[in-house]
Design a protein around this ligand. Structure first.
Ligand code: SF4
Length: 441
């Protein structure tokens, strides 16, 4: 056991609020010998463990990379304030969860940028790891630092701090990056950057010097190769974690997430995810069935979520939901559909997986007037929304939860007042179906 591991286990973890966040030996984690591999990669989720462990993207990359016997992919999450204070107080660096080695022992640190809100966590993590924040301040002794994920589609705010970005789907790109870095592991930094820059979807900011205008705006160079986002064309052939990591502690979203579909056809005007994940691609029923079976067998988890941006749009969604429910119920597990479309068909699908206790169904009309819904490309009539809620009450749900956005472009006071009016009309109609009907907004 290394001296650092000893200190973490004996001096630090007994004093933090939730040691289970940092132990790192969860079921299905991968432990290799650092001396036996050619490349060490840290997959970093810049938020708390409870939010990060269930992140599907990170689980996919962890499984895909660790299938290679010459790569060891380890994890790290942002420490909670109590842990950070103790690390700083004891002058200990942030560490890789599996080996408990310092983060700087990795050849590459990859941050998953889920939103702009985590940018400061990324900088804090680099600081805690003793790695210079700015890419141009790092030398050959430091790991390469990269980022991917939804917020990497607008890379410039983080460009001074990243050696490179991966734009688009990561599961194929990350394998190509590992293969490109393997032969240049001990080469100068510039050679490593040249090796990864040749990969489709990789953006190395140092190779694209921006011109800053007098008003502070930046202009990209007109020449130089264009960066095209990576698209995994065949989801069936793409790697997927069948050995889902099972946490020691409760997460924000418990259970395993199984991706059935990528992309969304609806094109809601405000929706970043819908735009950047195009085109729509489906996994086959056969592949999903095998994934469900192996995930339940390999994890013992009691809940699986059929995730996508809009699972109700899966082309054979009735069969999918019935199949998932049958598989799950055999081992007393349950199935969840986290995103429901705004129609009665969605209520029917939810009905197929619901248990006896039906507390609430959630929908997101986003705007309460037909005019504002048309502005954001949510084309649904008030009467259809009310009919959908009544269908839920009729099938035994006691309350319907609705999400609305405030502050959409062109919004007027009338649009805001209409939220209360629409909810009131929905409730009045619902009470004619069930006297227990309730609505939450
Ligand atoms: S349906 Fe949902 S995921 Fe699809 S574009 Fe609209 S908000 Fe985005």
């Amino acid at each position: 056991m290394t001296a650092m591991k000893m200190r973490l286990l004996h001096e630090i973890l007994p004093r933090v609020e939730r040691p289970s966040r940092y132990l790192g030996g969860e079921l299905n984690t991968v432990h290799k010998s650092a001396e036996a591999v050619d490349l060490r990669i840290c997959l970093f989720f810049p938020d708390l463990y409870e939010l990060g462990l269930g992140n599907l993207g990170l689980q996919i990359l962890y499984a895909a990379l660790n299938r290679l016997d010459w790569v060891w992919a380890e994890r790290c999450y942002s420490p909670a304030p109590d842990m950070e204070a103790l690390l700083r107080q004891h002058n200990l660096p942030l560490f890789l969860y599996e080996s408990k080695d310092p983060l700087s022992a990795a050849d590459l640190i990859g941050f998953s940028l889920q939103s702009e809100l985590t940018y400061t966590n990324v900088l804090n993590a680099l600081d805690l790891a003793g790695i210079p924040l700015r890419a141009d301040a790092r030398d050959d002794t430091h790991p390469l630092v990269c980022a991917g994920g939804p917020a990497a589609f607008n890379p410039e705010p983080m460009a001074p701090f990243m050696d490179f970005f991966v734009i688009g789907d990561g599961e194929d790109a990350v394998l190509e990056i590992a293969a490109a870095l393997r032969p240049v592991r001990h080469a100068p930094r510039l050679e490593k950057l040249k090796a990864v820059a040749a990969i489709e979807g990789v953006y190395v900011p140092a190779f694209y010097p921006m011109e800053t205008l007098a008003d502070g705006s930046i202009v990209p160079p007109v020449d130089g190769p264009k960066i095209r986002k990576r698209i995994v064309a065949d989801l069936d052939a793409a790697p997927f974690p069948e050995n889902y990591i099972v946490p020691f502690t409760q997460l924000v979203h418990d259970g395993a997430a199984l991706e059935v579909l990528r992309g969304c056809t609806h094109g809601c005007r405000f929706c970043h995810a819908g735009m950047v994940t195009r085109p729509v691609r489906e996994r086959s029923l056969e592949r999903i069935d095998a994934m469900i079976q192996r995930t339940l067998e390999n994890t013992g988890l009691e809940n699986i979520s059929l995730v996508s941006l809009s699972t109700c749009d899966y082309s054979r969604s009735r069969r999918l939901v019935r199949m998932a429910a049958e598989r799950a119920h055999r081992v007393n597990a349950s199935v969840a559909l986290p995103s429901l479309r705004l129609d009665s068909f969605s209520v029917e699908l939810a009905d197929m997986i619901a248990g006896v206790r039906r507390s609430g169904l959630t929908f997101a009309p986003e705007a309460a007037t037909p005019r504002l819904r048309a502005v954001i490309n949510k084309f649904i009539a008030d009467k259809d929304l009310i009919a959908m809620a009544c269908e839920a009450y009729r099938r035994g749900w006691e309350h319907v939860k609705t999400y609305f956005m405030i502050g959409l472009p062109t919004e007027t006071d009338e649009d805001v007042r209409a939220i209360a009016d629409l909810c009131k009309r929905t409730l009045e109609a619902g009470r004619r179906v069930s006297r227990r009907a309730a609505i939450r907004t």
